[in-house]
Design a protein around this ligand. Structure first.
Ligand SMILES: *Cc1c(COP(=O)(O)O)cnc(C)c1O
Length: 459
């Protein structure tokens, strides 16, 4: 019999988490205005709010932190990180930043101007924010299959080349500072982009003389999917695939809180010395000197090690395998979800789960609250609350899909925890006829309301 696959690590340190009673949770979530962002983490049993900055560092990472060099300029920790970044990504030049959006702030300050157009595949919200903040426009060129939950496609993060070419044809070159490709595509559910698509985007960009930038937060997970799903890559190592992917970009921003497996950190990769020099001025202004830019020496040490561990095949097999384990359990119980499963998260189709709740009553949020009530599991709404109001009409924007996201932190929970989540959904499924009403807003902020909104139950 073939031996089953298990984690390529064992556990050396543990953190207690506590199961609560349904009555306790009922009180806590009411006090939180039925918004899980307002909950204290002590009141959460399994926290699947996000996979960002929530990973568990290894003993090697912790020990690297103890020997961080905190010199202001030219610290050995900076050179250690430089070696990891150039060795793994192939970018000869880089700037450290405190997190991903800071990398966007620095790079976009250098490149994006009022009236510009930035095409890409479903830009991440902070990326879009940094484009729109500069009065430029983000144009989504993702393939149509990405938006149809019933379509199975191995690379739902791909860019539609004819949509992209229409944008490139329709605007003068100087209005398009770059094309941005998000790997994996977070906004469409952690879906990967194929190497072939990256190559085609590169070729098209070259024909129009436009640079290509990667938003590379989940670059390692993207490489794993290429190895698993794309012809010609099964025999290649993750590191070879990572290098080949990045060779197709002129620059990249990375939130290292994802595949870098650190709690804080970001970076920008460059090939062009002139661009690096121009961006360095903004890095010094916003982040810190170019050899630490928002990170302490110990953080750079931990990240250098994290980039290596995050690109090991056995780690990725275990990480993405755990996400699929949860997805398959939920599927067995008949929970409606989006397929193929993402690299970092499972998305539940709340509209199919609670078809009688009207969209005005926040369908996905109703399910988020129900999951917390059932088992103390924290998830997030990707629905009407997140979609926010139309800036002009101030009416609610109702997205096509109402999703509940279960984002899995890296190396943190066991499959037993995944079983708890799956059974919680099974129980809700069994009693869902009793969930007759949703919620209404009591208080909300003018923008980004989902973080602080307060709700009440509709009686
Ligand atoms: C998380 C993320 C960002 C922003 O990074 P932060 O570290 O949260 O600032 C940008 N793009 C993508 C694709 C991300 O997942």
């Amino acid at each position: 019999m073939e031996l089953p696959f298990a984690e390529p690590y064992k556990i050396k340190m543990v953190e207690s988490i506590r199961q609560s009673t349904r009555d306790e949770r009922e009180g806590w979530i009411k006090n939180a205005g039925y918004n899980v962002f307002n909950l204290s983490s002590d009141h959460v049993y399994v926290d699947l709010l996000t996979d960002s900055g929530t990973g568990a560092m290894s003993d090697r990472q912790w020990s690297a932190m103890m020997v961080g060099d905190e010199s202001y300029a030219g610290a050995s920790s900076y050179y250690k990180l430089q070696e990891a970044v150039s060795g793994i990504t192939g970018f000869p030049l880089f700037l450290p930043t405190h997190q991903g959006r800071a990398a966007e702030n620095v790079l976009f300050s250098t490149l994006v101007k009022d009236g510009d157009i930035v095409p890409g595949n479903s830009h991440f919200d902070t990326t879009k924010g940094h484009i729109e903040f500069r009065r430029a426009k983000a144009v989504d060129c993702t393939i149509d299959e990405a938006f149809d939950p019933d379509v199975i496609h191995p690379f739902k993060g791909n860019i539609d080349l004819s949509k992209l070419e229409d944008v490139l044809k329709g605007h003068p070159t100087e209005k398009i500072p770059f094309i941005i490709v998000t790997l994996t595509c977070n906004s469409t559910g952690g879906q990967p982009v194929s190497m072939e698509n990256l190559r085609q985007v590169r070729n098209l960009a070259d024909r129009y003389g436009i640079p290509v930038v990667f938003d590379a937060a989940r670059f390692a997970e993207n490489s794993y999917f290429i190895k698993q799903r794309e012809e010609g890559y099964a025999e290649k190592s993750i590191r070879e695939i990572v290098l080949e992917m990045f060779s197709l970009a002129d620059a990249m921003t990375m939130s290292c809180k994802k595949d870098g497996i650190v709690n804080m950190g970001g970076l920008i990769g460059f090939r062009d010395r002139d661009l690096f020099n121009r961006a360095s001025a903004y890095n010094i202004l916003f982040e810190g000197y170019i050899t630490y830019g928002g990170m302490s020496g110990r953080d750079m040490n931990a990240l250098a090690r994290g980039l290596e561990e995050g690109t090991e095949f056995s780690y990725l097999q275990c990480r993405i395998g755990q996400v699929a384990y949860l997805g398959n359990k939920l599927k067995e119980f008949g929970v409606p979800l989006i397929e193929p499963f993402g690299g970092h998260a499972i998305f539940i189709d709340a509209k199919s789960f609670l078809p009688w709740i009207p969209k005005e009553e926040f369908i996905a949020q109703t399910l988020v609250v129900e999951l917390y009530r059932e088992a103390g599991v924290r998830s997030t709404e990707i629905g009407t609350l997140l979609a926010d109001r139309d800036p002009v009409s101030r009416g609610n924007r109702y997205p096509e899909l109402e999703l509940l996201r279960l984002a899995i932190p890296r190396r943190v929970y066991t499959n037993n925890h995944m079983d708890v989540v799956a059974v919680a959904f099974k129980n809700i499924l069994d009693r869902r006829k009793g969930i007759k009403k949703g919620y209404r807003i009591v208080k909300e902020a003018p923008i980004m309301r989902h973080f602080t909104v307060e709700l009440e139950r509709i009686p």
